[in-house]
Write a protein that binds this ligand. Structure first.
Ligand code: SF4
Length: 366
């Protein structure tokens, strides 16, 4: 008979509502997305040596094996135990859309009818993958399609890492948590996923190739800093006055601009290798694109030594905003550059399939 699995062996979502499927299949644990230390504890509870966990991770992440039966360097007894007590569940997209520019958007349906999307943006023989951390978003930024969906649920670590495994054979240059949801409101699961993504036995990406984007949950930025993580941080700013930011991003009423700048400074400086902080600024014609606002942005952020990424607004049906003209954007960029060295413009990719920044909304046919 198989040894019982300790209920404390694998960490479960704490802040996230538990997945209905996990409730149903409580006896079997999905190993996808579980950090190495958790799988080692699980394996040890089964009466096996910890190095078996490393072998299992190699099968899952480096050889794309999804069946315990195929893990031929494990004993038959262990394989049978794993079959009864664990699973390797990788989500398959229920819909894929390809843009004329090569970008593709994948729609996933997770347990409890939770929908989330990822976007693959090719660049030469590599690609950037933009993944979701929540199904929906409670923060209701006025320029964002996901914000219209309202709060969904937190994705589990398995669902987060699963979005990466669902794109096999793709050589990823960068991974960005800029899909649906606010990653820092699901920090436990995001940190567990990052553990696996950066583990050499997991996805094996360097932390500097990963960016976590936030609408500005200041206490969670400090928590991310304290976690020792070396991933890049992107803060979606979009305004230089609290009055305008309150209007565009209601979360600003709770964590105003001053607290974000302090949190950004703490994040960048609080690590042995300087962590990258980028401020994102979605340009909305006639709202936040004046020369005065560009100058204010430069003055606000110059002391931080951070980067600024300007994003022309991508159209959303029924949304009142529009992108500025290219000439206006150029003037805005030039003005910010007077005080900040690195100011880039993120031109829209995947806009024709609703896969560009701010457009993810999980429109799907049942
Ligand atoms: S921009 Fe990000 S935080 Fe704001 S509503 Fe959209 S998904 Fe949520």
């Amino acid at each position: 008979m198989c040894p019982p699995v300790s209920s404390s062996t694998l960490s479960r979502p704490i802040s996230a509502p538990r997945s209905p499927r996990l409730e149903l299949e409580n006896a079997r644990v999905n190993l996808v997305g579980e950090p190495r230390h958790a799988i080692e504890a699980f394996i040890t509870d089964l009466g096996e040596r910890p190095f078996r966990a490393r072998q299992i991770m190699q099968w899952i992440y480096q050889r794309d094996i999804r069946s315990f039966d195929a893990m031929t360097n494990l004993s038959k007894k262990l394989r049978n135990t794993l079959l009864s007590q664990a699973t390797i569940e990788v989500p398959a997209p229920i819909e894929e859309k390809s843009s004329a520019d090569g970008t593709s958007k994948q729609l996933f349906r997770f347990a409890g009818r939770a929908h989330a999307e990822s976007v693959l943006i090719p660049d030469g023989d590599r690609a950037t993958l933009c993944i979701s951390s929540q199904a929906g978003c409670a923060l209701a930024c006025s320029f964002c399609q996901t914000g219209r969906m309202g709060a969904g649920r937190n994705l589990t670590r398995a669902e987060i890492v699963g979005q990466i495994l669902a794109a096999p054979g793709v050589r990823l240059s960068n991974l960005v948590f800029m899909g649906m949801g606010e990653p820092l409101l699901n920090l436990d699961e995001v940190l567990a996923a990052i553990d696996v993504i950066t583990d050499e036995l997991g996805i094996g990406m360097a932390p500097r190739r990963i960016t976590v984007s936030t609408a500005g949950i200041a206490p969670a930025i400090h928590r991310l800093a304290d976690s020792g993580s070396a991933v890049g941080l992107a803060i979606s700013l979009n305004a230089t006055s609290d009055e305008l930011r309150d209007e565009l991003m209601p979360i600003n009423r709770r964590y105003p601009i001053r607290t974000l700048v302090e949190a950004a400074r703490a994040y960048a400086g609080g690590h042995k290798s300087q962590r990258a902080v980028t401020f994102e600024y979605v340009l909305l014609a006639g709202v936040n694109d004046s020369i005065e606002q560009a100058a204010a942005l430069g003055r606000l952020l110059a002391p931080l030594g951070c980067k600024v990424n300007l994003i022309p607004h991508n159209p959303i049906e029924g949304n009142p905003y529009a992108a500025p003209s290219e000439a206006t954007m150029q003037r805005f960029q030039d003005e910010v550059r007077r005080r900040i060295k690195t100011v880039t413009v993120r031109w829209h990719r995947g806009r024709d399939v609703g896969g560009a920044c701010g457009q993810l909304g999980a429109a799907y046919a049942e």
